[in-house]
Write a protein that binds this ligand. Sequence first.
Ligand code: SAM
Length: 305
Amino acid sequence: MGRTSKDKRDVYYRLAKENGWRARSAFKLLQLDEEFQLFQGVTRAVDLCAAPGSWSQVLSQKIGGQGSGHVVAVDLQAMAPLPGVLQIQGDITQLSTAKEIIQHFEGCPADLVVCDGAPDVTGLHDVDEYMQAQLLLAALNIATHVLKPGGCFVAKIFRGRDVTLIYSQLRVFFSTVLCAKPKSSRNSSIEAFAVCKGYDPPEGFLPDLTKPLLDHSYDPDFNQLDGPTRIIVPFVTCGDLSAYDSDRSYPLDLEDGSEYKYTPPTQPPISPPYQEACTLKKKGRLAKEIRPQDCPISAVDTLPQ
Ligand code: SAM
């Protein structure tokens, strides 16, 4: 793919670089906020699965300006520093990482927990959905330790076959649960975002990291859930009607007739796992061509040019 062909194909990718965002994902959080006013009154937030950091950029800009803003960002991958963002490198499904995050909020809980986590997609839909659900549940588990009552939780969700079970689990902890699809999220992707407002755990609930939320003894056919156990949450699309369509190609010609100028990525990944493959490809020594679907989602968003 040439230097500008990706710019032509993906308008949000191009806009992200022009506006200084580290990834096109920034627009997803901005469009979710437009619809749900996520940042209202927020001074402390956690960004789970944060690299390369565009959601942390949005958070630090939106809540950092209020003086006491405080963002903790966590990812498996190293992330370049961001002003006002405390970074933790670790796996959110691991007890040690969860404990490290929680200790930052002891006595001073967070107003908002967001998680844009995505596993490396295998192409086996059931496996990918399962892994995604595990990430979401790990994020929810951390949220139950750090969120203040009434707080908000936003997490990427794959709308697969068993999504009903996840909605039911989220509804145990939040008064409102919605499924939202920002305009910048490709229609072709099963990705959406669970927007959960009003943290209100059941009376007597004590957060416990030793008990995984996903109980493997559940009947696997979750769509058979019936009555009050089957929860159908509202599905909301968000982003202004005039916003760009993320599945369409837009020409590079500028409206004022001036020539299009290529913008390099705001923050290329520091040491991505696919670095060696990219170097070999540049030298023409890579046996197999890298296809976008072989790269992790974060890599596709920020693949060095
Ligand atoms: N929201 C980010 C942004 O705006 O820059 C993009 C996040 S990217 C789509 C998904 C991230 O999830 C990747 O950086 C990946 O390393 C991270 N991730 C996947 N599994 C994880 C885990 N178990 N613990 C921590 N991070 C994880």
